[in-house]
Design a protein. Sequence first.
Length: 272
Amino acid sequence: MKTIAFTNQKGGVGKTTSAVTVAAAAAERGADVLVVDLDAQGSSTELFLGRAPEGLGLSDVLAGGGRWADAVVTGREPGAIGEGSGRIDVLPATEGLTLFEESLAESGDLWAVGKLVASVRKSDRYGLCVVDCPPAIGRLSLNAVAGADLIVAPVTLSSLSMRGIVRLRQMVDAVEGALGEVPRVLYLPCAVDARYSETAEFLDVLHQAFGYYPEGDVLPAVRTSSAASRSYARALTAVEYRPDGRLADDYRAVLDTLSEHGSLALPSPAAA
């Protein structure tokens, strides 16, 4: 099982959309997926479950107050995203995440998420773990960076979003300074609109700075689409809302690229 942390220090860049759509695309091809919702806003939880369930939540598990297997809630049953599709389970965000982050700030712990991921991996229950991080630099995000196998940073092609990359690098450098190593960071251009010259200019800057994956760190771009907001309003991922739409296709292409070059090990599209 590989763990991908989707993070950016600016909101509104497609972080949650990327996390849930990649999870759905992986399940579509037959993988069982665990979504860990570290964002106290609970957007991933709301999409897959409708609302945060009562009882044991992610903050309790991270604090050592319960077993992750007892807190997991199924968001999509096997077969729900198409014939042969896998299960999507969710470790739901709860209000306690805010208080738990404060306790992490006091203790300096960087391994709460890493210990959770290690326990999930031992169960051999999932082919992929997706972590939806908070849109801010904080101890939960630092923990996600420390515990992931791969970091994907969705970015929109604007000056504000590009400055978010600098803050992300500062966070990664902080984890590296504490632990000595960090996962690879990849950048995912989102909401790309070829009609605007500014978009092409920023995309060129991104490629010049980081290069094309797999030699470099910039993944295939995801085009702008109204399916992002329309699907969320219906509590669906883009893969479910419009399976033949460009948003679903673009995220499938991202998943294919990661699989083809060894960053992930998932069933092939033909086997889905």
